[in-house]
Design a binder for this molecule. Structure first.
Ligand code: ATR
Length: 274
């Protein structure tokens, strides 16, 4: 039996077991995907012990993505650029291979939702500068978006995220958002605003041009106020659930040897759990 895991702290709310469990059943694979709670004090020992553990690999979630980055023996260029690892593969020699699949996961979801030519829509405006923003900025730059503006409440964090894609990304003052939005083909909310139990994201979408798309990484609720406002304006609206589902694909393929599909049936499984 092939075994994989998701490690985090806390881990009870992770939806990764539902996603991988759905695919294991759909493909009739003799495998398991286990939820493991490891506190920060023990993560180093856990990751170091993986080569002997019998696991093919696993996902890493908060707060361990930086520890996984530091302890990987090899890194994909995008994991290296982002500074965080969410997917680990244990090699036959026991070495740990670290990747960050949030970036391609977000882009794959845009491909599905907007068509693969979305990078030519124009400049991208990113709201927020946390871990998700880091992955998305690196992903968009990798896909050839020519200019990315990063606006964040805390300016220093916007500067740090923009520095991940030199010559492409720049920090943006919140007050300058309307002018930047007027040139944008894509607006992405990576802040926690709009999430169940959080403040709403108060942003007037009027400056966006008619062909722009609006993406949210918040997926609970699935239809955020931001996406509802985008639809009301006739703009393309891209929900946050797709990134969660698509980021899981490369790990499943690496551990279990089958490339899984993000299907409406899988979406329904997760939506029922939101
Ligand atoms: P993640 O790693 O999931 O992206 P994070 O690192 O906690 O999460 O980042 C959350 C983002 O939401 C940050 O950009 C944060 O802004 P700060 O960097 O200024 O903290 C943003 N955010 C959270 N609450 C906010 C609020 N009330 N107003 C504006 N931005 C907020």
């Amino acid at each position: 039996m092939i075994r994989a895991f998701v490690v985090g702290h806390p881990i009870a709310h992770s939806r990764s077991p539902l996603i991988h469990g759905h695919w294991l059943a759909a493909h009739g694979i003799d495998g398991s995907y286990e939820r493991i709670d490891v506190p920060p004090a023990d993560i180093q020992a856990f990751l170091r012990g993986l080569s002997e553990s019998g696991f093919a690999g696993g996902n890493v979630t908060l707060p361990h993505k930086e520890a996984a980055f530091a302890l990987s023996d090899t890194l994909t260029p995008r994991a290296e650029a982002i500074g965080a690892v969410n997917t680990l593969v244990v090699g036959a020699d026991g070495r740990l291979h670290g990747d960050n699949t949030d970036a391609p996961g977000f882009c794959a979801h845009l491909d599905r939702s907007l068509g693969a030519d979305w990078p030519v829509r124009g400049e991208a405006v990113i709201l927020g500068a946390g871990g998700a923003a880091r992955a998305i900025v690196v992903g968009l730059a990798e896909r050839g978006v020519s200019r990315i503006r990063v606006a964040n409440r805390t300016k220093a964090r916007a500067e740090a995220v923009a520095a991940l894609a030199p010559g492409v990304a720049e920090p943006l003052a919140w007050a300058d958002l309307p002018a930047a939005m007027a040139r944008a083909g894509l607006l992405v909310n990576t802040t926690s605003l709009g999430m169940k139990g959080q403040l709403p994201l108060a942003l007037d979408l009027a400056p966006l041009p008619a062909g722009a798309a609006v993406a949210d990484i918040v997926y609970a609720p699935l239809e955020t106020d931001l996406l509802a406002a985008a639809r009301a304006r006739g703009l393309a609206a891209v929900d946050g659930l797709g990134m969660l589902l698509h980021q899981a694909v490369p790990g499943f393929e690496a551990w279990f040897g089958v490339r899984p599909e993000v299907t409406p049936a899988l979406r329904d499984v997760i939506v029922a759990d939101l």
